[in-house]
Design a protein around this ligand. Sequence first.
Ligand code: NZQ
Ligand code: ZN
Length: 387
Amino acid sequence: MENFTYCTPTKLIFGDGAIKNLPEVLAPFGKKVLLTYGGGSIKKIGLYDTVKELLKDFEVYELSGIEPNPKYTTSVLGGVKICKEQKIDVVLAVGGGSVLDCSKAICAGALYDGEPWDLITYKVKAKKALPLVDVLTLAATGSEYDSGCVISRTETNDKVGYLDELLFPVASFLDPKYTYSVSRKQTAAGAADAINHIMEQYFCAKHSTLADGMCEAAIRSLIANAKIALEEPENYDARGEFMVDCSLACNTILSIGNSYSGWPCHGMEHALSAYYDITHGEGLAILTPRWMKYILNDSTMERFVSFGKGVFGMDPALSDREIAEKTIDAVYSLFESFGMPMHLKDVGIDETRLQEMAHHIAENEGLDKAWAPLKENDILEILKASL
Ligand code: NZQ
Ligand code: ZN
């Protein structure tokens, strides 16, 4: 096991009607709340009205229109401006991972005098951040239970992951009913994202029986519950289990004591969504089986075999090579069975900018130090195989 320090200070408040406790969770921070949300889904499901009613004794300011793959110049800076001008006490994010991520960057930027991009790119370490409370409406990223956010800057084709303990939400409200309206496309993308989060922690050098068991169980649960949710979007238990799986998937608890893998699929996907603004989980569904195929060799084989047996119940009588190859096929077929696009061309990406993206990834994502190291040419081969 590797040395670790584990601490998640976020309170998860789960269940039907849990949101009634929102005022008492916000109250200790003050009266001035910045309510942040996306393009309107929370209005369609009536959640906006519920939140406004619960906040009737607070002074509420709003930042709406936060984009999927949230943008620095519009949304992050827009939110920071409101926080500074209005002396906001607490940010309340209501939405999916993009709204939560953007709000985390706002919380840090609001209490920093310089350019918030310097925090996001680790040029400067934040000393403090506003408290963040969220109501999650899309299970996928785990942003509600981790200290990270991912911010895009269109002008430079950057999509940057920013982690800081200050960014853990104080409390996250998880009511499965708010995810009933999530489309098939986004439900499938959420499943692919969370499954890949766990794979990024599982395919590494040092691992334990405990971590392997937790990771495999969480992926089996994600698969089983995603299948139900895709067919029965209003199945409370499936949406609920799926939601908790997603929260745990990106929090590091499942891989406690594991060595760091380098998160290669995320490193590559962030460039795809930076250059083409595609849905993160769809990019991952396309890349994951191609990455697996590319890195499979005698020294990586053990992880494939363990994963195949633990997640897909592969027959131990088969040879290791057969199990590994069938495991890659199983991952591909799983995402395909969710109805996901399985080629870059399906999401509007052709060969034109593959070289440029491979270069960008190699320069910025540190994948040459990943568990299975990837140099620029390796990345390009994986992108080409994904076309
Ligand atoms: O904008 P609105 O109108 O709210 O619509 C959203 C959006 O169009 C919609 N949606 C959300 N809740 C809904 C709903 N539609 C119907 N009913 C609901 N209840 O879904 C669309 C996608 O929303 P988004 O928030 O972008 O999706 P997701 O939660 O998958 O977040 C993706 C972002 O998170 C980042 C990704 O890179 C991407 O930018 N990630 C964040 C991570 C983290 N913080 O730890 C880790 C991940 O690996 C990931 O990189
Ligand atoms: Zn992800």
